[in-house]
Design a protein around this ligand. Structure first.
Ligand SMILES: Nc1ncnc2c1ncn2[C@@H]1O[C@H](COP(=O)(O)OP(=O)(O)OP(=O)(O)O)[C@@H](O)[C@H]1O
Length: 734
């Protein structure tokens, strides 16, 4: 082309050339110039930095908004973490840094805007954020106190699918790098700073592509702090790892490649630390930040709006003062459209056996480390049911009763002494007294009643037995007179029963084979079900067993989930890639083990020690109790989904315990409950289930009877309802 240009120039310079040739030469020159321009543009395009394509950014937030109720925490926030960079997110306490990080990892949903993490939105089906690609160190320690350092790293290694060799190698490196004590040291015995370093170690374990560190250097000595920063600088050098880190030590963020200065839920500035300082003619980042805050406040006052309104109009405010050193793409840029096929979606939803196994092993290790708590969990139901069998519905013993015996017959032949001799002495303790002393004693609460015999008791009773017709006076004088303190109905009823039994024994003794003559003309035949000696304990026990397994499961589930969430453990596991479904299933499996041991121990005690009858299938009995335990777990999940602190969770569980116990017909028959309440009672989870268990155990019925299968159906129905409710509440509250 050069030769071509040269000839064209010569033609134009030379005089006397025809006009046509001159025109061609001009055209050739123009064409060559155009070609050169095009080439230059192409070259410039090639040499120019790549336009911000999707892969260049580890994190991109656009117009992100997030509120807690009415409190607007993030307001139209735009932030970009370039790939292979360290991004220092700085800002005063409460400005929304942690909230933003939680939105980035996906534990909090944003109300508006878009977030892209490593190319896709967090929690997108098939994306490993949350998962192996991200290492998250939350602000809370989020460590299991009963674990050793080794247990902690092994647990997260299992979740990330590392082999034990890989975990071991990383563990050795991290223990050395983070100056951690021996790997067998228990987390609960570590100092605050050591725990933070273990938490950081757990985030670094799987060599993630993105590190999200919420104040990792708090409580860490300056030497180690600088070592941590050095390590971060080192790992991002490959260009494959990116870091976003929050810190209160603003100056240490000068080692970051980019800093974002945040206030009132939006970024005041974003750019390389030196550039931010230069733009504000500041010698320190802290000074630059101070100036930004002051100018932001001035803008706010000028516009006559509060900080919140200002933050809402952040984008326009940014244009005026230009505090942002634009390193990222404009906010209006198109966001990538992500799609996932049905297989990826299915894999995303289906629980992973690896994660469930890791969580179950975790629970087992924790149980092993807390033998006292485990024994308590195993023995508590046995102790409770034993106490019920021992203390509820039994015979009263040593009831003090005053006896006023005025019978004038000789003591050896008197009927009064004979009747009293048949009175069960272990239950009724007779105290012979005068009429005055006896009544005085009852009025003072010393005796539960007075048994009185008139002076003609023996002769009148003899007359009554022998003569066909006697006067009312003879009947009256020949009767045992009893005055009871009926403030305690159970004791009163027991005394009545004991006196009737004593009199029947006396009649049998006196009349022998003719004693049937004195029978009341109502005859109770052999019972069809149960026995004549069935006591109140027999009635209470089945309901009590169900209630105990239900409420222990409620308490343990609610407490463990509420505590784990409060300590940030649930979030941390979620970011590591454990889904809520996997957490629930793992809890169910480990809790089933506890419930099984509890049920075996309870049944051994009630059937073998307290000799409760079981006429039906033991398998049905076990299945029904296990199902009630599982329903308790589901209800515990509802409580933990709805409530954030353990005190309120305890209050909720306790608040429901008594009304449910009373309304379920466990301690008193449902038939005694007044009508409107009875309908409520029948709808509760344990009413039909207790009836069903009684029918299996005492009537020997099977699933073919409505009263049996109804208990199973209601239990399963409640179980499903509680699980759905827990899921809905969790979804609504995320
Ligand atoms: N679960 C919550 N419910 C209601 N408000 C919350 C909740 N979590 C945080 N907030 C509020 O949101 C605001 C931002 O909290 P956030 O924890 O994000 O701040 P931060 O910048 O990380 O603070 P710090 O540096 O002290 O950790 C605070 O006013 C806080 O009170």
């Amino acid at each position: 082309r050069l030769l071509f240009v040269h000839i064209s120039v010569l033609v134009l310079q030379k005089g006397g050339m025809p006009e046509k040739i001159k025109a061609d030469a001009r055209y050739n020159l123009k064409l060559s110039h155009m070609l050169t321009l095009k080439e230059e543009k192409m070259k410039a395009d090639l040499e120019a930095p790549l336009s911000p394509a999707q892969d260049d950014f580890a994190i991109r937030c656009r117009d992100v908004c997030r509120s807690y109720g009415k409190l607007k925490v993030l307001s139209n926030l735009n932030l970009t973490v370039p790939q292979g960079h360290i991004y220092g997110l700085l800002g005063p306490s409460g400005c929304g840094k942690t909230t933003l990080l939680k939105c980035i990892v996906g534990t909090l949903k944003i109300s508006r805007g878009h977030i892209t993490v490593l190319g896709k939105p967090p929690a997108f089906p098939g994306h490993e954020v949350p998962g192996k690609m991200v290492g998250y160190m939350p602000q809370e320690l989020a460590l299991y106190n009963e674990f050793t350092i080794s247990d902690t790293l092994t647990f997260f290694g299992r979740i990330h699918g590392l082999t034990s060799k890989e975990t071991q190698a990383r563990m050795d490196f991290l223990i050395d790098f983070l100056h951690l004590p021996q790997k067998q040291s228990l987390v609960r015995n570590l100092s605050g700073g050591q725990r933070r370093r273990v938490s950081l170690g757990a985030a670094l374990l799987q060599n993630p592509e993105l590190l999200i560190l919420d104040e990792p250097t708090v409580g860490v000595d300056p030497v180690l702090r600088s070592k941590i920063w050095q390590h971060l600088v080192e790992i991002v050098k490959t260009g494959k790892v990116s870091v976003i880190i929050t810190t209160h030590y603003i100056e240490e963020a000068r080692q970051a490649h980019v800093v974002g200065l945040m206030r009132n839920g939006h970024l005041l500035a974003e750019g390389p630390p030196d550039a931010v300082m230069k733009q504000h003619s500041a010698t320190t980042l802290e000074h630059a930040f101070l100036q930004l805050c002051q100018s932001s406040d001035k803008n706010c006052v000028k516009r006559g709006s509060g900080p919140l309104e200002k933050s809402q109009s952040f984008e326009s405010g940014r244009d005026e003062s230009q505090p942002i050193l634009g390193i990222g793409p404009p906010p209006a840029e198109e966001l990538p459209k992500c799609s996932a096929d049905w297989k990826a979606r299915a894999r995303h939803v289906l629980p992973k056996g690896r994660n469930i196994a890791a969580l179950v092993i975790k629970t087992m290790v924790r149980m092993k480390r807390m033998p006292g708590s485990l024994c308590f969990q195993f023995l508590l139901p046995v102790i409770q049911i034993s106490l019920i069998c021992l203390c509820v519905g039994g015979e009263a013993k040593g009831i003090q009763v005053a006896v006023v015996n005025n019978d004038s017959s000789s003591p050896s032949s008197s009927f009064s002494n004979s009747v009293l001799s048949f009175l069960d002495n272990s239950s009724v303790h007779q105290v012979p007294l005068s009429h005055h002393e006896a009544f005085e004693g009852v009025y003072n609460g010393k005796y539960w009643g007075v048994i009185g015999f008139g002076k003609n008791f023996t002769s009148y009773l003899t007359k009554r037995i022998l003569q066909r017709q006697v006067s009312k006076e003879v009947i009256d004088g020949g009767s045992v007179h009893v005055w009871l303190d009926l403030t305690n109905r159970q004791i009163g009823l027991m005394l009545q029963k004991k006196l009737h039994q004593a009199f029947e024994a006396f009649v049998e003794h006196k009349l022998g084979s003719m004693s049937y003559m004195a029978d009341v003309p109502i005859k109770f035949e052999e019972p069809i079900y149960g026995s004549l000696n069935t006591d109140f304990t027999t009635f209470v026990t089945p309901g009590a067993v169900l209630s105990i397994s239900f409420y222990l499961a409620v308490g343990l589930t609610a407490l463990s989930f509420v505590l784990e969430r409060k300590e940030g453990l649930l979030d941390r596991c979620w970011v590591a890639g454990v889904s809520s479904m996997e957490t629930m299933l793992a809890h169910l499996f480990s809790q089933l083990f506890v419930i099984s041991v509890q049920i075996i121990l309870m049944l051994l005690f009630i059937l073998l020690v307290f000799k409760m009858p079981n006429e039906g299938s033991l398998a049905l009995v076990i299945v029904l109790i296990v199902l009630q335990g599982v329903t308790g777990i589901s209800f515990g999940l509802v409580i933990s989904a709805a409530i954030d602190d353990e005190q309120s969770a305890n209050q909720a569980a306790l608040g429901i315990f008594y009304p449910n116990l009373i309304l379920s017909g466990i301690i008193w028959p449902v038939e005694c409950i007044p009508y409107p309440l009875r309908y409520l009672s029948l709808a509760l989870p344990q009413t039909y289930a207790s009836e069903s268990l009684r029918c299996i155990m005492y009537r020997g019925w099977g699933l073919g009877k409505m009263m049996v299968w109804r208990g199973f159906a209601v239990t399963l129905g409640w179980n499903t309802f509680f699980l759905i409710l827990a899921t809905v509440i969790l979804k609504l509250r995320t």
